[in-house]
Design a binder for this molecule. Structure first.
Ligand SMILES: [Fe+2]
Length: 354
């Protein structure tokens, strides 16, 4: 399979991964051939990428850090928990813990697998997908830092619910495309405290988990909010969630901008090393991310085009690439794979969105 920008899909292409809605329903199933109507439907629901199957890439499988099933269950539980809170009920701690535990178990089993998927999500269910992604990315960082299972579970719950305070914000401001006014920014910033208060109402949620909500916008150098804490004044869980939160927001389509490719998002967070984020946490975070995910179409410095088919954790920026077109854009007859880590003169120049 390979990843393709939605603008470039045409009827007749075959879907390689199922596409789910926020409540876990399958919108399009794997193996389905796209008709005109489905293409329109995909444009309507506003996804950026899909994975397709074609002759050249049919044997390429993209390993994922958690199963599609676990991810979708987590998204639908996150939605469930938040829907109840919106109705004025307490956070369902047992549901949150069960979900976090499931993800922790899968992530521990799959330790060593890199994050490959730019997940396919629609803009309308951003909060739920974002919550689950931040949970997955945070727990992976915790595993890399050597956390035991108990700490991973508390971190997982906190990461899953870190933005729950957003439920109390004005949803029009939250989804606004234009620049926010000073008062609107001030209002937005209240979601950290709101989230903490919501989580503290249920004594079954541990205090350390609630701190993920309260402190995930604090920055290592003191430039964050709500209290402008510095360094180790910020709970380590919240420091982890902070990196995961920024990274996931950058790689998602949001109201005011399109998703950035992974390598650009990584460059942005790496640029904040030591300022916004402690180096140790940032490095453990990035060690789990595939810079050029499997299935990505790339252009080499030689101008040849290929698809990333394999990555080693040691040299992530130099994966194995299967060539699909030569420098003159001619499709190749023979299947050639190049291990860039063994080719000092060759490197990835660009990601091609097609
Ligand atoms: Fe937030």
């Amino acid at each position: 399979m390979r990843r393709i920008l939605l603008d470039n899909i045409v009827p007749g292409m075959k879907i390689a991964r199922p596409l789910f809605s926020a409540d876990g329903k399958i919108l399009l199933n794997a193996g389905m051939e796209l008709t005109e109507r489905y293409v329109d439907r995909l444009k309507e629901i506003d996804v950026s990428y899909i994975y397709i199957e074609d002759e050249l890439t049919a044997d390429i499988e993209v390993p994922d850090v958690v199963s599609e099933k676990a991810r979708m269950e987590a998204v639908s539980t996150a939605k469930n928990i938040m829907d109840k809170v919106k109705l004025g009920k307490m956070v369902d701690a047992s549901q949150a813990k069960k979900t976090a535990n499931n993800l922790v178990d899968e992530l521990c089993r799959n330790h060593g697998v890199l994050v490959n998927f730019m997940d396919m999500r629609t803009k309308s269910d951003y909060l739920f997908n974002h919550s689950v992604n931040v949970c997955i990315l945070s727990v992976m960082t915790g595993i890399s830092l050597g956390y035991d299972e108990l700490r991973l579970r508390d971190l997982g719950v906190g990461a899953l619910l870190h933005d729950i305070g957003k439920l109390e914000l004005d949803q029009d401001v939250l989804n606004k495309k234009d620049r926010l006014s000073t008062t609107e920014i001030e209002d937005m910033r209240k979601h950290s405290q709101f989230g903490f208060d919501i989580l503290r109402k249920n004594p079954e949620i541990n205090l350390v988990s609630a701190h993920c909500a309260l402190q995930h916008h604090e920055r290592y150098d003191g430039s964050g909010y709500p209290r402008a804490l510095t360094g180790e004044e910020i709970h380590e869980f919240a420091q982890i969630v902070a990196v995961a939160d920024v990274y996931d927001a950058l790689t998602a389509d949001v109201a005011y901008r399109a998703a950035l490719p992974v390598y650009e998002a990584l460059a942005i967070i790496n640029n904040a090393e030591g300022r916004y984020f402690r180096s140790e946490i940032l490095n453990n975070f990035t060690s789990n991310i595939a810079v050029y995910p499997i299935g990505t179409v790339v252009r080499l410095n030689s101008n040849e085009i290929g698809v990333v088919v394999d990555i080693s954790k040691e040299v992530k920026h130099k994966p194995v690439v299967r060539m699909i077109a030569d420098a003159n854009k001619q499709r190749l007859e023979r299947m050639i794979e190049i291990d860039l880590s063994k080719q000092p003169q060759l490197y990835i120049a660009d990601v091609v969105e097609r």
